[in-house]
Write a protein that binds this ligand. Structure first.
Ligand code: FPP
Length: 299
């Protein structure tokens, strides 16, 4: 794949040359300079990777048992970059590229909902440079992907405390959500400024307020009502949660919703996560027996 050749070549360069390539020089958008922060240029150069998805592998899946909701913790961007002697932010850029191919594969194989953990409520603790780059990547992603996502019938949703984000990013998110709201294909849910505990607190506060106003009785609070007040209201719970990059923990992701999710882990860092990994995860999911606390109920 073109990106692999590119990064292979990058490995062979000295750190100072790599840093120059990374930082680039100011020139008009789309010019010849190497501004990898510009996702448009990135896409123009490496967009071919989208066509490079392996059709082989789909045949190992049972179309009747495709998980309705797949959620991914996109972990390992920093380690991926460090392994190549590149700044961490480089890994996030490569991570955004990896997401593109996974969205299109998930859509092709008929996954109903794909949720990607893009930024947690705890990620604000990272250096400003990294946080700013991530915010720019989200914004660029919406700018560059929205037309194609819309054409492919993808519905975009966002979960998290969106009030904590910059107004211009929030506006873009609202536009993307509204524009794609009528689409009936894959629901792509991006978790941005998301924390599972904060989500539960948010729901509990909303319900407590309704009790205070006398709109509902405390006994009327059921699991369904809590579900209806989560950011994910209206979406099915995740069937399969994928975490790349070796760590095996939930990291405050979809805490309520993951009660009966199946987990799939791989050592591959997120930027190296390819459609075949998604297919392998789903194939493994299809071999599992889900009992939901009951007895022997095949998925
Ligand atoms: C975790 O890896 C990843 C993140 C905190 C950010 C995920 C963001 C992207 C993949 C960018 C693109 C997203 C969109 C929606 C365009 P890490 O940095 O914690 O990796 P490490 O554990 O190796 O340090």
């Amino acid at each position: 794949m073109i990106t692999d050749i590119f990064y292979g070549k990058m490995d062979a360069l000295s750190l100072s040359v790599r840093s120059k390539l990374y930082f680039g020089t100011p020139s008009p958008r789309g010019g010849l300079h190497f501004e990898l922060g510009d996702i448009t240029v990135w896409k123009k150069w490496f967009g071919q990777s989208k066509q490079a998805q392996p059709e082989t592998g789909y045949d190992q899946l049972n179309p009747a048992k495709i998980p309705q909701h797949v959620a991914i913790i996109m972990d390992g961007n920093g380690r991926w970059a460090q392994k190549r002697g590149l700044p961490r932010t480089f890994g996030h850029r490569a991570g955004a590229e990896a997401l593109r191919a996974i969205v299109s594969t998930a859509s092709e194989i008929g996954v109903g909902v794909l949720t990607a953990y893009a930024f947690s409520t705890e990620n604000w603790k990272r250096p400003d440079e990294e946080v700013n780059l991530l915010m720019k990547l989200f914004s660029d992603y919406l700018d560059t992907e929205i037309d194609e996502l819309h054409q492919n019938g993808v519905q975009l949703r966002f979960i998290g405390n969106l009030e904590g984000l910059a107004a211009n990013l929030r506006d873009k998110m609202a536009d993307a959500r509204e524009r794609t709201a009528g689409n009936t294909g894959l629901v792509l849910t991006l978790a941005v400024n998301y924390g599972g505990r904060a989500e539960v607190v948010h729901a509990v506060q909303a319900l407590a307020e309704q009790v205070r106003q006398g709109a509902i009785a405390p006994e009327a609070i059921t699991e369904e009502l809590i579900h209806d007040h989560l950011y994910t209201a209206g979406l099915p719970d995740p069937d399969l949660i994928i975490r790349p990059s070796g760590d095996q923990r939930i990291s405050n992701f979809l805490l309520w919703q993951s009660a009966y999710a199946e987990f799939w882990f791989t050592d591959v860092h997120w930027p190296d996560f390819k459609p075949e990994h998604l297919i392998a995860a789903i194939a493994d999911f299809q071999r599992r027996e889900r009992r939901f606390g009951g007895l022997k109920k095949k998925i």
